[in-house]
Design a protein around this ligand. Structure first.
Ligand SMILES: *[C@@H]1O[C@H](CO)[C@@H](O)[C@H](O)[C@H]1NC(C)=O
Ligand SMILES: *[C@@H]1O[C@H](CO)[C@@H](O)[C@H](O)[C@H]1NC(C)=O
Ligand SMILES: *[C@@H]1O[C@H](CO)[C@@H](O)[C@H](O)[C@H]1NC(C)=O
Ligand SMILES: *[C@@H]1O[C@H](CO)[C@@H](O)[C@H](O)[C@H]1NC(C)=O
Ligand SMILES: *[C@@H]1O[C@H](CO)[C@@H](O)[C@H](O)[C@H]1NC(C)=O
Ligand SMILES: *[C@@H]1O[C@H](CO)[C@@H](O)[C@H](O)[C@H]1NC(C)=O
Length: 931
């Protein structure tokens, strides 16, 4: 059905009301075809060809087995989406338009058999005047009013552009190729061509809603809206004066007749729609495509928006009415907004900071409403290879897991797609800051005028579309450019560095920066994640930023770090982790659970090095991945194997599937262990000279079922990592820092509360059977830990402290209890955290059977796990497929003769509650058993 509706009926989707006629093209009633392949099937909009082919059984589940490779023919083919005849078009309208909110990617569009336009950018909104086509005799009958959209093959077109004689080339080993080649020539989701955590489907289709809009004589259609809320005088990247009033700048992008003499009225309302302020906007400026105005809102009129854990997420509605010179309403837009300042502070370390012991160099951290805070989170990748099936419900569940995981920031990685509004809406309500990026990564890009103009339109549309969301934290130009691409370039062709660096600046400074700064005074911009920040900031220059690049002074600290080292001996090795102001990426891959594997590969393929598993591990060396150069000595599987073998008991179960499952689990333990060690290292840095203020690990979630860096599997199931990160991101934590070679052991308490906290730390040594050992290290100490700071609570050397006890038969239990106040509240709470140290690798520890017991109480509805005969390491509650459940803790340790009550929340359940009966518990001890 093609739904016919007035704009009023679409108010929720479009946030607009007026008398104009808007016919939604969303729904079924479409046909997908390829005459050469003799395929013609019913289809939807929004959609992509793979989804409609799958729904019609032309292809199997794209995610199953090796379909990533087997379905390449879909990506190499052209696909046409054809509408049913569009009914309800009026012949009295003064103009008729097509509006597309997203076409992926290369199209030729026809209406009534006549060419309308061609498009070449997945990320732009397009609108076309079809008034004269509709008036043509070829379009007279309703049956002729068919819209057809031909999608060309993106991989073919990318290759064709690359082969044009004047196409740009780059020195060897600079451009990161995953599966399909030449992604940097086209404006399409870069990971559609493959990435090291995902498949390569290069889908095509109308992936966002589309509409036919008919306008009367005086009417306009608002297609996009910018709302910018900032403190008077504020400029991007500068520290705002929190005593200034708020300025609300609103700008409506429209098509239709220029509304000469138009005015703008605003209404600011609370979440109950009670009006707080209303009136005319000032300085109204009308051009032939936008109407802009602004208004001042006095400080104190509204409550601030804060990210999760630092205060409330206060939100407001702002309604902007476009009124004609004769005072009739032409259009009316409502957006939900928040009042906050968020700044990326990259200023030089001040004298006052130096006096506090902060190392010289530059800051690199975020400030919310004038406050420093510790950013805790992870990196978001596209949650599906096919965006049309990413629902609000799915992101809602994922974001609940983010909040439950004590995260307040996600870096929305830059080579997927710009986030849908519903994703920002959910982040606004839950208090998740979204560091957002333009879609460029791990490559250098062309700078011909057509490419730059295309990028400019894309960037301005996206910046304006999402600027009103208080969760928007930053715009960054792209992924791993200054810290990787330019460095690779310099290694490959040093003599050409200046030329390519100038091209880099043409795109990332001269093109993208103005797209942000000319639209937003509230949002900071950084050209590359990762970078050493700016060297100077001067708003009297046309491009205010000069990047620091590699001009570093010894002893000074600048910018962000990203860190990968696939030598598994870096675990616990503090001297291997980078020291910087903020960590935006770090990690190691692990296997998903056996439950997830079973949903996408066959039982026969459940082997660690089966060709299917190996071919789904895309973590291979750069230089190009395709079926011909994958081999079974796959780098990724090898690294995971080495990591398990170096640190943990090696699973050797007799049943091959049980063995596979135990290996999957062991890789997750290593992953979680490494991330925890790094998170504690970065967080402790908040109290060290680096004044480290952020830790975002790679990566939050999976795009499919495969060995990846994710903490949450494709269906929402938490890996051990997500539980361990939840533990490590608690406001107050106690953690060991141990040099296995020298025996140097220190224990620190770290807090990200905004006031100092006082408490007590306790230390108890045990053997694995759970006997307390009379080891002479301080057994308890009182401490005070400052606001966003860390403090040492124990320093010793195990070489002497163990007094001859066998290091493989001792463990140290560290417990912390403290009183602290939650930011922006009067709530003082007791915070507790505990941690364990094993001075040898667990592989060589004297593990004993801890005699784990699991019970379920119908009264409390909670599980209880008890260790009856020894210390239990890495206690794991597992549950069957068919449900997604989050336990409130998991992957923890238990002292001998102690219990932990574990509550849970059900995220989805197709087992009718039967998963409960299938819950079981194990610990590291079980990994050593051969059954
Ligand atoms: C596929 O589409 C491209 C352009 O999008 C066009 O040049 C080519 O001729 C088409 N191929 C076929 C077989 O229709
Ligand atoms: C307030 O208005 C908004 C936008 O018009 C609407 O979506 C929302 O449901 C209303 N809320 C209440 C509580 O009436
Ligand atoms: C109105 O906006 C246009 C486009 O942004 C700008 O060039 C022009 O200077 C503005 N006019 C006024 C009076 O501010
Ligand atoms: C325009 O109309 C609104 C009601 O729709 C009214 O409140 C306002 O005073 C009018 N403004 C002028 C300048 O007439
Ligand atoms: C390096 O930075 C210093 C100041 O931090 C500046 O004086 C110098 O000009 C810079 N050098 C280059 C080559 O940019
Ligand atoms: C242990 O400390 C020594 C001496 O400070 C240092 O060289 C070494 O890198 C450290 N090793 C680890 C694993 O931290």
């Amino acid at each position: 059905m093609l739904l016919r509706s007035t704009a009023a009926m679409l108010a929720a989707a479009l946030s607009t009301t007026s008398a104009q006629e808007v016919i939604s093209l969303v729904g079924s009633g479409w046909t997908l075809s390829n005459p050469d392949l003799n395929i013609s099937v019913p289809a939807h909009l929004p959609s992509q060809a793979h989804l409609d082919l799958y729904a019609n059984h032309v292809i199997g589940d794209p995610y199953y087995g090796l379909n990533d490779f087997n379905l390449r023919w879909v990506a190499w083919s052209n696909w046409t989406y054809t509408s049913a005849p569009i009914s309800g078009l009026s012949s009295n309208a003064s103009s008729t338009w097509l509006r597309f909110d997203g076409l992926d990617t290369f199209t030729d569009i026809e209406f009534c058999g006549q060419h309308v336009a061609s498009t070449n950018n997945q990320f732009r909104q397009y609108w076309f005047d079809i008034t004269s086509i509709l008036a043509d005799s070829a379009c007279a009958a309703e049956k002729d009013r068919v819209l057809s959209i031909d999608f060309g093959s993106a991989p073919k077109i990318a290759d064709a552009i690359a082969n044009e004689p004047d196409s740009e080339t780059w020195p060897s080993d600079v451009q990161q190729i995953y599966e399909f080649t030449n992604r940097w020539f086209i404006r399409k989701e870069q990971s559609d061509f493959g990435w090291d955590w995902g498949p390569a489907f290069a889908p095509a289709g109308p992936w966002q809603p589309a509409y036919v809009v008919q306008l009367g004589m005086e009417q306009v259609h608002v297609r996009n809206t910018l709302i910018d809320i900032y403190r008077a005088g504020q400029l991007p990247l500068t520290i705002p004066d929190q005593s200034q009033p708020w300025i609300v700048n609103a700008s409506l992008d429209y098509f239709g007749r220029t509304p000469d003499g138009a005015g703008l009225r605003y209404t600011l309302a609370d979440m109950k729609n009670n009006t707080i302020r209303s009136g005319e906007m000032n300085n109204v400026n009308t051009t032939d495509s936008t109407v802009t105005g602004e208004v001042m809102i006095e400080d104190g009129t509204v409550d601030l928006w804060w990210p999760s854990g630092t205060g409330e997420q206060n939100l407001y509605y702002i309604t902007i009415e476009l009124v004609s010179a004769s005072n009739s309403t032409l259009s009316c837009i409502t957006k939900r907004v928040g009042f906050r300042t968020i700044v990326l502070n990259e200023y030089p370390i001040s004298e006052a900071q130096l006096a506090q012991g902060i190392a010289p160099g530059n800051n690199w951290h975020f400030e919310i409403n004038g406050h420093e805070f510790y950013a805790k989170g992870s990196n978001f990748i596209p949650p599906d290879a096919f965006w049309p099936r990413v629902t609000r419900e799915r992101i809602n569940t994922l974001f609940d897991s983010v909040i439950e995981g004590n995260q307040n920031m996600l870096r929305v990685w830059s080579s997927g797609a710009y986030s849908p509004d519903f994703m920002y809406d959910l982040a606004d309500s839950k208090g998740i800051l979204l560091w957002s990026e333009f879609e460029f990564g791990d490559a250098l890009y062309p700078v011909n005028p057509e490419f730059l103009a295309n990028v400019d339109s894309e960037a301005r549309y996206q910046v304006r579309r999402v600027n009103h969301h208080p969760s928007l934290a930053l715009w960054a130009g792209g992924n791993e450019l200054e810290n990787l691409e330019l460095i690779l370039l310099n290694e490959s062709a040093p003599e050409e560095f200046p030329r390519y660096q100038a091209e880099y600046e043409t795109l990332f400074l001269n093109t993208l920066l103005p797209a942000v700064f000319e639209n937003s005074r509230s949002i900071s911009y950084s050209p590359s994640s990762t970078s050493n920040g700016w060297a100077s900031l001067n708003f009297s220059s046309p491009i205010p930023i000069v990047e620091r690049y590699y001009n570093l002074t010894e002893g000074s600290i600048y910018g962000e770090t990203d860190f990968y080292n696939y030598d598994p001996s870096v675990l616990y090795n503090d001297s291997a982790y980078p020291v910087g102001r903020f960590s935006n990426e770090f990690g190691y891959h692990s296997m998903p659970s056996i439950q997830s594997w079973r949903s996408q590969i066959s039982e026969a393929d459940l082997r660690f090095n089966s060709s299917v598993v190996t071919l789904r591990d895309h973590h291979n060396p750069p230089g190009g991945l395709n079926t011909s150069n994958y081999d079974t000595s796959n780098v990724g599987q090898g690294q995971m194997t080495e990591a398990v073998e170096l640190w943990y008991p090696i699973p050797h179960k007799t049943d091959p599937v049980a063995n596979y499952s135990a290996w999957c689990h062991a890789t997750q333990i290593f992953q979680a262990d490494l991330y925890r060690s790094e998170i504690f290292f970065y967080r402790r840095g908040s109290g060290l000279p680096e004044r480290q203020l952020g830790s975002l690990y790679w990566q939050l979630e999976d795009i499919w079922v495969a060995p990846t860096w994710a903490g949450i599997e494709y269906d929402g199931r938490w890996k051990i990592l997500h539980y361990i990160a939840k533990d490590a991101y608690q406001p107050l934590v106690i953690a060991p820092y141990y040099n296995i070679t020298t025996g140097n052991l220190s224990v620190w308490v770290t807090s990200d509360l905004w006031e100092s906290s006082r408490g007590t730390a306790r230390f108890t040594w045990y053997d694995w059977e759970g006997n307390k050992l009379p080891i002479n290290a301080t057994s308890s100490t009182d401490f005070e830990v400052g606001a966003i700071n860390s403090t040492e609570v124990l320093q010793t050397f195990t070489t002497t402290a163990l007094q001859g006890y066998d290091a493989s038969n001792v463990v140290l239990h560290m417990e912390m209890q403290a009183q602290g106040r939650l930011p922006n509240t009067n709530i003082t709470r007791t915070f507790r955290h505990d941690n364990w140290l094993h001075p040898t690798a667990l592989r060589s520890a004297n593990l004993v059977d801890p005699g784990l017991d699991l019970s379920f109480s119908n009264n409390t509805g909670n599980f209880t796990v008890t260790a009856t005969s020894g210390v239990a390491a890495w206690v794991w509650l597992d549950y069957p497929a068919g449900a997604v459940v989050a336990f409130d803790s998991n992957g923890f340790w238990l002292a001998a003769n102690s219990s932990r009550e574990v509550a849970y929340t059900v995220k989805s359940d197709s087992t009718n509650g039967e998963w409960l009966g299938g819950v079981n518990v194990q610990s590291l001890w079980n990994q050593t058993l051969s059954y």
